[in-house]
Design a protein around this ligand. Structure first.
Ligand code: PEP
Ligand code: MN
Length: 338
């Protein structure tokens, strides 16, 4: 829209867009207002029709297959808040906690320590997508209730994975941030269901998926009405076997150039081994990630899932200190520990 356009102009352009059978999406920035016109049509007449409406400055076709997720569709970065944490701002936000919720005493042992180290959200899976049907599958609803209790105890918002469309409403009752795991990145029914939800979504990249496919999955959630999507690079499958997956560090600057959505990194699942987690975390923050999700366990040798890649709380705390130096060297901030 032109500088100095009125609200009435915005309403009437949005109305005209709807009347033509397209969906308008209004994004108001400090400098300018952009109205997204979503639909499957490239007719030239639409372009000239829109150009002639009152208040319209310019009509740009977004030729990329992802539209709402694309940088062109809004002004500036998306910032997504949960509790005190804001993803996509100046601060690098750290999520930490165990792979899986195992018991109340386990959460009570870990959560206060990661909070003290400066983590802003707590993580823990109640529904676990395990490779083997014989492995621990998570505590399910009982695990969700334990997470809710931990939020009350620590004040930290919680994130947990949602595995199926049927459990989205239940998980959303307990979780502040809904995690879609790598194995479900292209579960389109699940994406559409979380798209109808009010909770922000943490969308992890599938281990065999391209960045364009990741952005198309974000587009599914956004097109269903939920624009609060955080992307997560968590390592992809390559021929290398010394790490569990290969952390695609270039995903961070590439995604940042393609999309306004926040981008975080999971160094734990990429590494598969706690010894490499700190180095990958430092690299991710240096590359410009908006946050990290890190697995921390007080007794990794006894963990029911992913113990080998879990940091002990003391090591996590030392890592946080290193990350603060890197964040400040690149003009970003990180919450201090208490
Ligand atoms: C997890 O975060 O515990 C997890 C299962 O991660 P991913 O979906 O990336 O494998
Ligand atoms: Mn895990």
């Amino acid at each position: 829209m032109k500088q100095g356009h009125s609200d009435k102009d915005v309403d009437s352009v949005a109305g005209a867009v709807s009347q033509k059978g397209f969906t308008p999406h209004v994004s108001r920035g400090a400098e300018r207002t952009i109205i997204g016109v979503i639909g499957n049509d490239r007719r030239y007449e639409l372009q000239s029709f829109l150009e002639n409406l009152e208040g319209v400055e310019n009509v740009i076709q977004i030729l990329k297959p992802f539209k709402l997720a694309s940088r062109e569709s809004r002004t500036g970065e998306s910032s997504i808040s949960t509790g005190e944490a804001v993803f996509g701002g100046k601060e690098v936000v750290i999520i930490a906690g165990p792979c899986a919720v195992e018991s109340r005493s386990q959460l009570e042992a870990i959560a206060p320590l990661v909070k003290r180290a400066g983590a802003k959200l707590f993580r823990g899976g109640a529904y676990k997508p395990r490779t083997s049907p014989y492995s621990f599958q998570g505590l399910g609803e009982e695990g969700l209730i334990l997470l809710s209790d931990i939020r009350k105890m620590t004040g930290l918002p919680v994130t947990t994975e949602v595995l199926s469309p049927e459990t989205v409403d239940l998980v959303a009752e307990h979780a502040d941030l809904l995690q879609i795991g790598a194995r479900n990145m292209q579960n389109f029914a699940l994406l559409q269901k979380v798209g109808k939800c009010r909770r922000p979504v943490l969308l992890k990249r599938g281990m065999m998926n391209t960045l364009e496919e990741l952005l198309m999955s974000a587009e599914y959630i956004m097109a269903s009405g939920n624009h609060q999507v955080i992307l997560c690079e968590r390592g992809i499958r390559t021929f290398e076997k010394y790490s569990r997956f290969t952390l695609d560090i270039s995903a961070v600057p590439i995604l940042k150039s393609l999309t306004h959505l926040p981008v975080i990194v999971d160094p734990s699942h990429a590494a598969g081994n706690w010894e490499y987690v700190s180095a990958l975390s430092r690299a991710a923050v240096a590359a410009g990630a908006d946050g990290l999700i890190v697995e921390v366990h007080h007794e990794p040798q006894k963990a029911l899932s992913d113990g080998a890649q879990s940091l002990k709380p003391e090591r996590f705390s030392a890592l946080m200190e290193e990350l603060r130096h890197i964040a400040s060297a690149i003009g970003r901030e990180m919450a201090s520990g208490t």
